[in-house]
Structures are given as structure tokens and as C-alpha cells.
Ligand binder design. Structure first.
Ligand code: AR6
Length: 169
């Protein structure tokens, strides 16, 4: 049985087996949650990301995919990096956003992670409207076939928390 929980706060202060990062294809850091994870997790995460760029993901991590590294100094065993789709004037591809959640859970299953903390992928710099992103995220994790026991959405601000709470009912 998978339980879905919701908390408001900074994901870098969470304890979980795996913490998901809303990264970009370069895997080499950025702003938002990505910047916060690298800052608090320390240089081991960036080192592991550089190794991935030098091996499996020479051209970067494609949108909708996920890959794990050490969690460095975070209170977690792994960071699972995933790349959300950008939302622009033409909209965005919801199947790619759903894929971020599904692929992250697939990687979590491979690792044997029991608890996974997710941020609201694509809802910051990448511009995805919160209510729609919350619907896609909740539907994706509810529909996932996973052995993860706790899926925790960690929402940074009131608006995001309300949007996810409304979807979870
Ligand atoms: N804990 C939890 N949620 C957070 C935190 C935090 N510490 N910081 C921000 N958020 P974003 P994206 C929320 O922009 O839209 C980066 O530069 C934030 O309020 O982090 O997927 C990457 O390198 C928002 O609701 O990710 C990429 O280039 C959500 O996390 C790009 O941004 C996602 O916002 C990815 O954009």
C-alpha cells in the first residue's frame, strides 16, 4: 500500500530515502529547488552528476526521465534528479510531466527506496500552472505501480500547498 502525504516546507530539510530534484538536462545545477539541493547537499551531488554527464548521460538527461545520485549531506540516501517539461505560450506536454513522477518512482523502486519526497516539478522557473501540475502529479503517483510506501509532496509555499491539498482531497 502506498500512502500519499503532503507537507509544506523546504524539501532539503526533509528526511526520506529519496529526495527528488526538479533539475534541468545539464544535471549541473540551477536555481529553485535544484540550487537548494546542491547547496545543502554539498559537492558530492555535483560530482556524481558530472560523472553521469561523463558516462550514461553525455548529452544530458532527457525531459521526463530520472536518475539517482548520492544525497550528499542531505538527510536521505539518494537524490533522484528528473527534468520537468517547460510550460510556455503553447502549453506543455502533460505526459512528460507525468513521466517525471513515474520515472522517479521507477528509479526509487530499483534502489529499494521506501519513502520518496517530491517537489512540485515544473511549477517554478518552468512555468507550469499550479492547479494543472497538481492534478497531473497526483494522478501520476496514484496510478503508479510502485513498492514505495510513502510518497510525500513537499510544497514550498501556501499556494502550492493549497493546490495539492485540493487535488488530494
Ligand atoms: N523545497 C521545496 N520546493 C521548492 C524549494 C525547496 N527548497 N525551492 C523551490 N521550490 P523550480 P522547475 C518549489 O523552479 O519549475 C532550476 O533552475 C518552487 O516554489 O525549482 O521544475 C533547474 O535547474 C516550485 O513550486 O523547478 C531548472 O533549470 C517548485 O519547487 C529549472 O529550475 C519547482 O520550481 C526547473 O524548473
Amino acid at each position: 500500500m502506498t500512502g500519499i502525504t503532503l507537507v509544506q516546507g523546504d524539501i532539503t530539510h526533509q528526511r526520506a530515502d529519496a529526495i527528488v530534484n526538479a533539475a534541468n538536462s545539464s544535471l549541473l545545477g540551477g536555481g529553485g529547488v535544484d540550487g537548494a539541493i546542491h547547496r545543502r547537499g554539498g559537492p558530492a551531488i555535483l560530482d556524481a552528476c558530472r560523472d553521469l554527464r561523463a558516462s550514461r548521460y553525455g548529452r544530458g538527461l532527457p525531459t521526463g526521465r530520472a536518475v539517482a545520485t548520492t544525497a550528499g549531506e542531505l538527510d536521505a540516501r539518494w537524490v533522484i534528479h528528473t527534468v520537468g517539461p517547460v510550460y510556455n505560450a503553447a502549453g506543455g506536454d502533460p505526459s512528460l510531466l507525468a513521466s517525471c513522477y513515474r520515472e522517479s518512482l521507477r528509479v526509487a523502486d530499483e534502489l529499494g527506496a521506501r519513502s520518496v519526497a517530491f517537489p512540485a516539478i515544473s511549477t517554478g522557473v518552468y512555468g507550469w500552472p499550479l492547479d494543472d501540475a497538481a492534478r497531473i502529479a497526483v494522478d501520476a503517483v496514484r496510478g503508479a505501480d510502485t513498492a514505495v510506501e510513502e510518497i510525500r509532496f513537499v510544497l514550498f509555499d501556501d499556494r502550492a500547498h493549497e493546490a495539492f491539498a485540493a487535488r488530494l482531497g
